[in-house]
Write a protein that binds this ligand. Structure first.
Ligand code: NAP
Ligand code: MN
Length: 273
């Protein structure tokens, strides 16, 4: 069969900087080549799948560097939390066997896009798989006029807000007191960070769940500080006197290869509880 000829079934391998991840990468390369795959260096959009070795942070970093490729990804966890990573280093042979037998499922995860409209009218866009964070700069309070769709909600005052995907709900969102969301649910979550509540100010204190077609529109006020920070999956940029930040599902997805017995709640039990 032509598709089985070496060189046709391309695979890319990305390992984080650790020595241990590098070793797992080398051993996976040997095993994949023995199984008839061609491991090509760098990123190739024609690859059948991408192997990402490291933790969740390594996967997020790889997505940002490769600009959210369409190619399915299988993660190998090397001593981190590993919510996105399906394989342990001892499961490489099992994965190759099952993959060739088509015994896998693809988990499709939605990503968020933040559109940032600058003071000069120029627009910037960033993508995140976990979350978009809108935060005050230099430890100043952020003043954020928040609209959900076209409805004005409030002027939020506090450290900032976070908009999370279901996949990102177990990350920063969870640390801020947001809810863990089963990734089979299709929703957005807004979670406040250190909301100020006193006799002068009222800011929402719990997280808010939204249907997937709505956008969150934020119009910052610049009281003492001209900058606002916007971070996608931990990669932060400062914007000066930005007019508007809109956060919504992007239409782009990340596709993860999973064993057929993958179960989100088993991961939660193992990693968080
Ligand atoms: P990092 O310091 O390596 O990541 C922080 C931790 O978040 C790591 O333990 C990472 O797991 C874990 N993580 C990432 N995505 C996750 C997910 N979907 N579910 C559960 N845990 C997850 O920084 P990084 O590697 O650049 O990662 C950026 C992410 O860090 C951001 O997207 C944000 O969610 C998270 N973060 C969390 C806090 C907080 O909890 N207070 C603050 C800032 C950022 P691994 O060990 O497997 O890499
Ligand atoms: Mn990490």
């Amino acid at each position: 069969m032509k598709a089985d000829a070496a060189g046709d079934r391309k695979v890319n391998i990305f390992a984080n900087g650790d020595a241990a991840s590098g070793e797992v990468g080398n051993s996976f390369k040997v095993k994949l080549e023995k199984a008839g795959f061609a491991v090509v260096p760098g990123f190739d959009a024609a690859a059948e799948f991408i192997v990402c070795i490291g933790g969740d942070g390594s996967l997020l970093n790889m997505l940002a560097v490769l600009r959210f490729p369409d190619v399915p990804i299988v993660g190998v966890n090397t001593g981190h939390l590993g919510f996105f990573q399906e394989l342990q280093p001892g499961e490489l042979d099992e994965f190759i066997f099952r993959y060739k037998e088509k015994q896998y499922v693809i988990q499709e995860l939605k990503t968020l896009r933040a559109n940032i409209l600058g003071a000069d009218g120029e627009e910037d866009a960033i993508l995140g798989l976990n979350e978009i964070v809108i935060h005050g700069a230099r430890s100043h309070v952020a003043y954020l006029n928040i609209f959900i769709g076209d409805s004005f909600i409030e002027t939020f005052r506090g450290d900032g807000i976070l908009v999370s995907t279901p996949a990102g709900s177990t990350a920063y969102n969870y640390a801020l007191g947001g809810s863990i969301v089963d990734p089979r649910l299709d929703l957005l979550q807004i979670t406040p960070s250190a909301p100020i509540n006193n006799s002068a100010y009222r800011s929402f204190t719990s997280s808010i769940l939204l249907p997937p077609h709505l956008s969150v529109n934020v119009f910052p006020e610049f009281v003492r500080e001209r900058d606002i920070l916007v971070a996608a999956d931990g990669a932060e940029r400062a914007y000066t006197e930005v007019k508007r930040i809109r956060v919504a599902f992007s239409g782009e997805t990340v596709r993860l290869l999973r064993f057929p017995h993958y179960d989100f709640w088993n991961k939660v039990k193992q990693k968080l509880l």
